[in-house]
Ligand binder design. Structure first.
Ligand code: GLA
Length: 387
């Protein structure tokens, strides 16, 4: 991939690149829709991601080309005029990142030419957008020798997504992509940004991502709706309890707090946030003890809560999870990411893996009429220079 991207740069711009950068995609093992509720998430970075070959320019132009979107051609922008433009499509992500960097005082004197190649399945909910933001951030920092740490880049990438792109996401995706570490998941407390790495030792099991191949329709509007519902539930609970976030509530405290909620929708949204947070803390403990069966059960419970209480799964994700649950070789399976289409993540026995996946594919296709895709993923490092 690195070579593909370097060669692509040379063919496109007629010169060799000076450096190549990589930022991964991410998968969340458990802890869904908890980040903006001040709770825990447990994601890892993937070995697939976005590659960016770069060469500095002497003027203040940025040229962006991706062979994933050849029809878009080369997007040429001026560093002093970074504004969102629908016509620029994917190139708005690097533009947004550069805009927030400049705004935060991390501008640079000159621009660059970039060739971008990604191997994250598009629209699958594995955070290709955050990956483009962070690969741009890593390149910019390095090109200009900026003394900016990864956590700051992570925060700025989230800001780019919130303010430039207009998606009101939490910090999980950018964090996982910036801070990822090979063969480890990260337990992140989204209220404090305290985090720790947890080795993912799966022994005779594999992590499998399955794509419903149903694009995430309505995802942004429904996502914002869920955030508002949680916000309303929080305001109700705050009338009697001094908390900043829903996920501050323990399961015991929830029993009291839920009495405050007369609106059934608010109650279910908040219950998901509180119980999912408890599952996430528990899941990390089980994984560290090597209890993969227990971990798998929590994955299943997470899906059920996202389906019944949070209502973000939808028929395709439900059909795919159910197809997986019916297989003996599946230890656990759940939707991952925002929901409303996209992917599931499953823990599957290596023994008989092909047969298990064939059976899941057949059952899902029967239910939905769509053929799923499977990715047997590796857990990789966060954003960095690779050449
Ligand atoms: C999307 C958002 C994240 C997080 C997840 C749900 O991926 O970008 O911040 O809220 O959905 O867990």
């Amino acid at each position: 991939m690195e070579e593909h991207t370097s060669k692509g740069f040379e063919a496109h711009y007629g010169m060799k690149p000076e450096a190549v950068y990589f930022a991964p995609g991410r998968v969340n093992l458990i802890g869904e829709h908890t980040d903006y509720n001040g709770g825990y998430v447990f994601p890892c970075a993937l070995t697939v991601g976005t590659y960016m070959a770069v060469r500095p320019r002497e003027d203040r132009q940025i040229r962006l080309y991706s062979d994933n979107f050849p029809d878009r051609g080369t997007v040429i922008v001026d560093l002093d005029r970074l504004v969102y433009d629908t016509a620029d499509d994917w190139a708005n992500y690097p533009k947004g990142m550069l805009a927030v960097l400049a705004e935060a005082g991390w501008g640079g004197a000159h621009g660059f030419d970039a060739f971008v190649h990604g191997n994250i399945p598009n629209g699958a909910g594995l955070s290709s957008s955050a990956s483009i933001e962070l690969v741009t951030g890593a390149a910019w920092k390095d090109l200009h020798g900026l003394d900016i740490d990864m956590l700051e880049l992570v925060r700025l990438a989230q800001k780019a997504e919130n303010e430039f792109i207009g998606v009101n996401c939490g910090i999980m995706d950018q964090f996982a992509i910036g801070m990822g570490r090979r063969d480890a998941a990260m337990l992140l407390d989204c209220a404090t940004l305290d985090y720790s790495y947890a080795p993912v030792e799966l022994r005779e099991k594999k992590l499998v991502i399955a794509n419903t191949n149903k694009r995430r329709g309505l995802a942004d509007s429904k996502y914002n709706e869920r955030r508002e519902e949680c916000e309303q539930a929080l305001q109700e609970i705050q009338k009697t309890k001094d908390i900043q976030h829903l996920c501050e509530l323990t399961l015991e405290e929830w029993e009291e707090a839920e009495k405050q909620l007369s609106d059934d929708t608010q109650l279910r949204r908040a219950r998901h946030a509180v119980t999912e947070n408890a599952r996430t803390i528990e899941a990390q403990k089980l994984l560290s003890r090597g209890d993969l069966e227990g971990f798998g059960q929590l994955m299943n419970a997470s899906h059920v809560s996202l389906r019944d209480d949070y209502e973000v799964t939808g028929e395709h994700l439900d059909a795919l999870a159910e197809a997986a649950w019916a297989q003996e070789g599946v230890i656990g399976s759940r939707m991952t990411g925002a929901g409303f289409g996209g992917c599931t993540v499953s823990l599957v026995e290596k023994k008989g893996l092909d047969d298990t996946l064939d059976a899941i594919a057949a059952a899902y296709q029967k239910a939905s009429g769509i053929k799923p895709d499977f990715y047997i993923v590796g857990i990789g490092d966060g954003a960095k220079r690779i050449k």
